[in-house]
Each structure stands twice: as structure tokens, then as C-alpha cells.
Design a protein around this ligand. Sequence first.
Ligand code: 13P
Length: 250
Amino acid sequence: MRRKLVAGNWKMHGSLALTSELCEAVTAGKPYDVDVVVFPPTLYLRQAVLEVAGSGVGVGAQDVSVHAQDGAYTGEISARMIADCGAGWAIVGHSERRADFRESDHDVGRKFAAARKAGLTPVLCVGETHAEYTGGHTLEVIERQLAAVLEHNPIEAFVSAVIAYEPVWAIGSGLSATPEQAQHVHAFIRSQLGKKDANISLLTRLLYGGSVKAANAAELFAQPDVDGGLVGGASLNTEEFVKICRAAGT
Ligand code: 13P
């Protein structure tokens, strides 16, 4: 049985004060019937870890370096450093990093491996652009993105890992995928994993991301292969985020 998970990706938003405010509200909203993880900007990671300590709420980074070993990589932050700060999770391959920072499928595979090596739980993001969607290439894109990660990692690396399907056209657009669209892609992702290992495919949590809000969360999360959500904008609104966490628990 897969336990539902709601993750809040704050992206490049926040301050010391907002980190406190969001952490306090998320922990005060407990108990949840689901796992909850927040992904603040890396600079506020340690603060968030201390603020949610003992609450059961997890903390993760929005990205990790491809380099697993320390070295002369100015500006980079390794998975080991993230784990050292007490965080347990890392998003890898978010579409904003793929598009704006030219991260390749190959880079994402290396980041997934670096996160695993440091003991972090990776949240691997996959998803098609609007042009790929309208061109009917969604499943092909997902297959390619997953295959690249599997090239750098054995299927066992997916044990307890999380995959987030985030159609790029739904991110920040207010235009969520329908529950049926999300379910269709999630079932495909599970079948791809299942070709390697049926058991692991059944245990891997698959999140949907892209304009998730309190108003649409329950019907998205009710789909059999939608195990929760990766929430962007709505995770900065504490009332809304807590409602989404509750929707996942019902
Ligand atoms: P929105 O919820 O703002 O559409 O963002 C989704 C996302 O990119 C989460 O990683």
C-alpha cells in the first residue's frame, strides 16, 4: 500500500521570515494522514530542518549537483551537504531546471544517482512541454526521460524513490491536467518501471504536479495511480497547502 505524499516546492521564493511562517503553519496543520515534505530554497534548508524538527514533516532541496564528490565546483551544492544539513529529500530534473538551466536527461540521471548515494530520497520530475503535448508525444518523452535515469541507476535505486509527473504546460498556468490525463500518464510510468521490476513499480509513489490547488486536489488524488502531489504556487499559501494535504488524506 502506497502512502500518499504531498510535497511543496517553494521554488525561488521566500526569506528567513517566510520560511518560519510556512514551517510553522505546515507543522501546526498536523496531524495529516499523509506524508508531507517542503522544498525551500537551499539557503533556507537548515532553518526549515530545525523549524519542523520532531513534527514528521520532511524537508528537501530543489536540486543537487551532478557531482557526488566535493571539489572545485564553484556555486554547486552537493547531495552530501544537503543530507549533512538534515534534509532527507531532493527534487531532480524539475522542468524549470531542464529548460532554464539546460539540464539534460543525462544530467538528471547523474543527479538522481548523486542523491541516492548521499541517502536522499529523490523526487524525479518528468513531463512534456506544450508542443510535445499537442504533437501527441507525451508518452514518448516520459519514456525517454525515465530511460535516461535508468541508464545511470539500477531499478533498485527506485525503491522508496518518488516520481512526479509535471506536464510543463500545466505548471503555473492554472491549467491542470484532468484527473484522467494524469492517471493515463501515471499508469504508463508505472508500466515502464514494471518492465524492470513489478514489485518496485507497485511501491513507487507517483505524484502529479501542475496547478494543483485545494479545489482540484481531491479528484486528482483519487486516481488509482496518483499518490499525491508536487505543489508549486499553492504551497506558498499556507491555508491552501494545508487543505491540499488534507485532501490527500481523504
Ligand atoms: P504550480 O503548482 O505552481 O503549477 O507548480 C508546479 C511545480 O512546478 C511544482 O514543482
